[in-house]
Structure formats: C-alpha cells, structure tokens
Design a protein around this ligand. Structure first.
Ligand SMILES: Nc1ncnc2c1ncn2[C@@H]1O[C@H](COP(=O)(O)OP(=O)(O)OP(=O)(O)O)[C@@H](O)[C@H]1O
Length: 373
C-alpha cells in the first residue's frame, strides 16, 4: 500500500478529502455526500467507485483528479472509475430484480412527463445504468408510441408472468401493449391501481438499476394510491414554467410528501423556445418558474429542457433522440441536457437516501445486458 506510517495516514485523509471536494463540486453535491469509501488507493492507482451512472463524465473526472495538487504530490498516475449502483431503502418491500423505482410525475397533463421519462431512461442507459420503464399512465399510455413498438405484446410462457418488451437497450411494459386504449380509459380507480401493480409484479424484469415509472398525470386518488402501493425509491416532478402548471406541480410534491416518498428533483420542460432561423429565445410558458419552485421547496432542479421540435418529433416517431448516431449540434445539446438530468438524479439519490439494509436478496435473475445501439 502507498500510505503506511501514521503521518501518511494523515496525508491520505487530506488527499481523499480533497478528491471528495473536487467530485462534490463537479456534481453539485455537498462534500459530506462523497464519503471516503468511494476511493481506493493502491500504489499509484486511484479507484473511484461511484454509486450512480455518469460514463460521459469519466474522462473529465480522471482529468480533475490527476490535476489535483495532492495527487501530483503523491505521484498518482492512474485513475480507474467504476459504477456500482446500490438499492436504496423504501418503505415497502422491493420488487424482484429492481434496485430502485423512480416515478416521473406531473400535477398537470400534457407537460411532457412521458417524453421526459423516456429520454431520462435512455440517458441513464447511455451513462451506464440498467434501465426499465413502466407505463403507469393507464388512462393514456404513450410509452408504446414513444418506444416505437405500439404493436408489440409481452410474451408469457406460463400464463402468469410476462416478458417485458425490449426497446433499444431498455425493457418496458405498458397497459398499452395489453389492452385496447379505449378499454383502459374507462377503468375505475381501484381497477387501474390493481392493473399497475400487476404490471409491476407480474413482469419478469431482468436485474435493473432503475425502473422509471411514467405516472398518470394529476394528483387524485388513483395517483395517490399508486404512489402508496408501489415501493417507490423517489419521484421526479415534471412541470412547465407557467403558473398553472407550477400550482399543480406543488400538489404533486405535496402528494409524494403525504406518502413519504422523497422527491429527488424537478424537471422544467418546455422552458423556452429557440427559433431555428434567428436564434431568438422566447419564454412561451413564462420564465424561471421551475427554478423558483425548486427554491421554494429546497429541491434540486435536475434540468430545464427547451420547447423543441426535435424532442416532439423523436418522441412521437418512437425513435430515441439520445441514441441517434449523427446528431445535429442542437440535438447534441438536448441530449446533454437529458444526460445531465440522469446524472443529477443518480447523484441526488445517492446523496439523500439510506441504503436498503439487504442489498441483494431481491436480485435473483440476470442483469439486463447493456447494449447501446
Ligand atoms: N420539450 C418539448 N418540446 C416539444 N414537444 C414536447 C416536449 N416535451 C414533450 N413534448 C411533446 O408534447 C406532447 C405531450 O408530451 P407527453 O405525452 O410527454 O406529455 P405528458 O405530460 O406525459 O402527457 P399526459 O398528461 O397525456 O400523460 C407530445 O407530443 C410530446 O412529444
């Protein structure tokens, strides 16, 4: 080992402290959220094991660490960054093979909750996480459209459980794959909640780091029951910046508070429109609403996404914008915004939540293979 004497132990503490500072600053975390256990030093090689996926940041993190004055002093010349996403504690028992379930919700309809859920799922995948998506929007399932597989239907070998649908590296299930839209649209609340629990528990999920749940819009009894019955790790509230949507987003925050599910952050969608021709920025749905709401509730603003033709076109065409190989500059910017949301979500979960006492007893299957097309 590199540090042997007590004097060197002190040097090690100083070194790790200084790395913790660097990493916390990079991810906008408090320094206390970056514990010494993330670091392992062996001779001149520093291994950093992060509890969230951030593949796009590994090179930058390596650069930051190697440039750290203490690292230079101690002759560290190699950095290895690993990802090990843990399972965070929930009030209800975990679902088999799912480490963490994150609800994407909105107080108001049509604010872009499903588009956010889908793009977040692919951003998490690109950052190196294993991801599934569950469409809980029983009354208006749009995930099959956004994944481009409306006519798919989950196979069942035993008539009891379903194999989720694979879509460009993630897995999904939705009531939209199972029954005609007009049938589900007339279900009463208890039937809708039961259908969601069945979808969740009777799907044979591979081992997933995150299952993203696209909740039905609103904060009524159905949403409350769903939030209560599903072992949610945390929730994200999506809003547009105008007053009406913000008022409903507050109801969403209050709903999760009521059922003791932490809100990991807000996403402001359709925050501004940038004209493709002249670059003029128009705040169609008002300005800064998301950041003011985040401030009021002391919640992280995970990201602000523009009103963008590309977001709509890719979502409606069922082709993930994030996975497109030859993105235009504008598309690259949007992809980076979603990646930042994904990284912040993971970082904030690790900063704010306790670990599940039993990490692996509910993980019984094979992990989904990460295949980015
Ligand atoms: N940032 C954006 N820019 C442009 N169009 C968007 C954006 N976000 C979502 N959309 C589009 O707006 C429409 C509604 O989005 P979406 O279905 O995601 O909303 P929702 O909040 O889930 O709706 P619902 O209340 O029906 O569940 C879709 O056509 C989607 O492609």
């Amino acid at each position: 080992m590199f540090f042997k004497s007590s004097r060197n132990k002190k040097a090690l503490r100083v070194l790790l402290d200084s790395y913790a500072q660097d990493i916390a600053a990079h991810f906008s975390l408090a320094k206390e959220s970056v514990p010494a256990e993330w670091f392992h030093l062996d001779a001149k090689v520093l291994t950093v094991t992060l509890p969230f996926a951030c593949q796009s940041q590994h090179d930058e993190l390596t650069r930051i660490i190697l440039q750290n004055a203490h690292a230079k002093e101690q002759g560290i010349d190699k950095v290895q960054i690993n990802t090990q996403i843990p399972s965070f504690a929930t009030h209800k028992d975990a679902v088999i093979n799912i480490k963490n379930i994150v609800a994407v919700s909105s107080g108001k309809g049509g604010v872009g909750k499903s588009a956010t859920a889908v793009n977040l799922a692919y951003a998490l995948l690109q950052e190196g996480a294993r991801v599934g998506i569950l469409d809980a929007d029983i009354y208006g399932p749009s995930i099959p459209t956004m994944l481009g597989n409306k006519t798919a239907s989950p196979a069942s070998s035993d008539n009891k459980t379903m194999t989720p649908i694979s879509a460009h590296g993630i897995v999904a299930n939705s009531i939209g794959y199972l029954v005609p839209e007009e049938d589900a649209a007339v279900w009463r609340g208890p039937v809708a909640s039961k259908a969601l629990l069945q979808l969740l528990n009777e799907t044979r999920w591979p081992v997933l780091d995150y299952l993203i749940v696209d909740m039905p819009p609103g904060t009524g009894d159905v949403q409350l029951t769903m939030a209560q019955q599903v072992p949610l790790t945390a929730a994200i509230v999506v809003t547009t910046p105008q007053d009406l949507a913000l008022a409903d987003a507050q109801k969403g925050i209050a709903m999760f508070d009521k059922v003791d599910v932490p809100v990991v952050g807000l996403v402001e969608n359709m925050s501004a429109y940038v004209c493709d021709n002249c670059g003029h920025v128009a705040h169609i749905f008002s300005k800064l609403g998301g950041s003011r709401l985040a401030e009021r509730y002391a919640l992280p603003l995970l990201g602000s996404l523009p009103l963008s033709l590309s977001i709509r076109e890719y979502a409606d065409a069922g082709t993930p914008l994030l996975l497109k190989a030859d993105k235009s500059d504008a598309e690259k910017q949007i992809a980076q915004m979603y990646q930042a949301v994904a990284i912040q979500m993971g970082a904030q979960l690790s900063a704010g939540l306790e670990l599940r006492a039993e990490q692996s007893s509910h993980l019984k299957g094979d992990p989904i293979a990460i295949q980015i097309e």
